[in-house]
Design a protein around this ligand. Structure first.
Ligand SMILES: Nc1nc2c(ncn2[C@@H]2O[C@H](COP(=O)(O)OP(=O)(O)OP(=O)(O)O)[C@@H](O)[C@H]2O)c(=O)[nH]1
Ligand SMILES: [Mg+2]
Length: 252
C-alpha cells in the first residue's frame, strides 16, 4: 500500500539533501510549503533545483534565483548545470553527512509531476553512475545510484500529488468528515507522525519503525481486521481521524 505520501516520506527520511525540483517558469506554483517544512523539521537540507531554465528570460531567472535560496538552476534538455548542482550538493550535504558520521551524502529528488524529476536524475547520473547494492539498514525496494565517490542518489523520485495534502489538512482540522476521505490512511499517518507517540499510546499499541507500521499495529491491537485477519487500515484510519476530530485524543 505504498501511496505517494509514504514514498515522499521515505525519500525525505533517507536523504541528507533533498533536491526539490521546480519549474522555473512557475516556481511558486510548484513549491509545497508543508513538505519544505517537513524537510527542515527532520534536519535535512532543502536545495531548490530550478529546472527548465532554458524556458525563461535571463531577468526572470536572476530574480527567481535571488528569491529562492539555496538554489541551482539547470536545464536538463540542454545538459546545463550538472557540475554546479553537484558542487552545491557537496557544499550543503557535507555537514549533514558528517553529523551522521558518514562521508557519503545521500540525496533524493522530489517535486510535482512533469517538473523534470526524472530528467534531473538523468542529468546527475551522467555517464559515471552505477547502481549500488542495497544498503544495510535501509528499507527494501530502494535502489541507490552512485553519482560520485561521495554522492549517492535515491533512485525513486518522490512525486507530490496535487490536492491530496488539502485533504489531509481538511481531515486534521476537522473540515472533512472521515467517511468522505479518499485516503484516510494518509491523514492518519500524518497525525501519527505529527503527534509523536500520542496516537499509538491512546490505542495501547507499540510504535512501529515508521508511522505506516504503527498504523498497522494499532489496527491489530484494536481488532480492526478484515476477513482473513489482515489489519483493516482503512477503517482504523477513519476511526483515528474521527476520534481526533471529536477531541478524544489530546495533544501533550
Ligand atoms: N525545455 C525543457 N524541458 C524539460 C527540461 N527538463 C525536463 N523537460 C521536459 O519536461 C517533461 C517532463 O520531464 P520528466 O523528467 O519526465 O518530469 P518528471 O518530473 O519526472 O515527471 P513525472 O515522472 O511525470 O512526475 C519532459 O517532456 C521533458 O523533456 C528542461 O530543462 N528544459
Ligand atoms: Mg518521472
Amino acid at each position: 500500500m505504498a501511496n505517494y505520501w509514504d514514498i515522499v516520506n521515505k525519500v525525505i527520511r533517507q536523504s541528507d539533501v533533498l533536491l526539490f525540483v521546480l519549474d522555473t517558469r512557475q516556481p511558486d506554483e510548484t513549491r509545497n510549503p508543508e513538505i519544505e517544512r517537513k524537510i527542515r523539521t527532520l534536519g535535512k537540507r532543502l536545495l531548490y533545483v530550478l529546472n527548465k531554465c532554458d524556458l525563461v528570460s535571463k531577468e526572470r531567472l536572476a530574480e527567481t534565483t535571488a528569491r529562492l535560496t539555496p538554489s541551482v538552476y539547470v536545464s536538463c534538455t540542454k545538459f546545463y548545470g550538472a557540475t554546479k548542482l553537484r558542487e552545491a550538493i557537496l557544499r550543503y550535504g557535507t555537514p549533514i553527512a558528517k553529523h551522521f558520521g558518514r562521508k557519503q551524502i545521500y540525496i533524493g529528488v522530489i517535486g510535482y509531476p512533469n517538473v523534470g524529476k526524472s530528467s534531473v536524475i538523468n542529468l546527475l547520473k551522467g555517464k559515471g553512475a552505477a547502481p549500488t547494492s542495497p544498503q544495510a539498514g535501509f528499507t527494501r525496494g530502494y535502489q541507490f545510484i552512485r553519482i560520485s565517490d561521495r554522492i549517492l542518489l535515491v533512485d525513486t523520485p518522490g512525486v507530490l500529488a496535487r490536492g491530496r495534502n488539502d485533504e489531509i489538512f481538511a481531515a486534521k482540522i476537522g473540515a472533512k468528515n472521515p467517511s468522505a476521505l479518499k485516503d484516510p490512511d494518509l491523514a492518519a499517518i500524518e497525525l501519527i507522525e505529527e503527534l509523536e507517540g500520542v496516537i499509538e499510546k491512546y490505542y495501547h499499541a507499540e510504535p512501529g519503525k515508521d508511522a505506516e507500521e504503527t498504523l498497522h499495529r494499532i489496527a491489530k491491537k484494536q481488532n480492526y481486521l478484515k476477513r482473513g485477519g489482515e489489519p483493516d487500515i482503512d477503517r482504523m484510519a477513519r476511526r483515528i481521524i474521527q476520534d481526533w476530530q471529536h477531541g478524544k485524543i489530546k495533544r501533550e
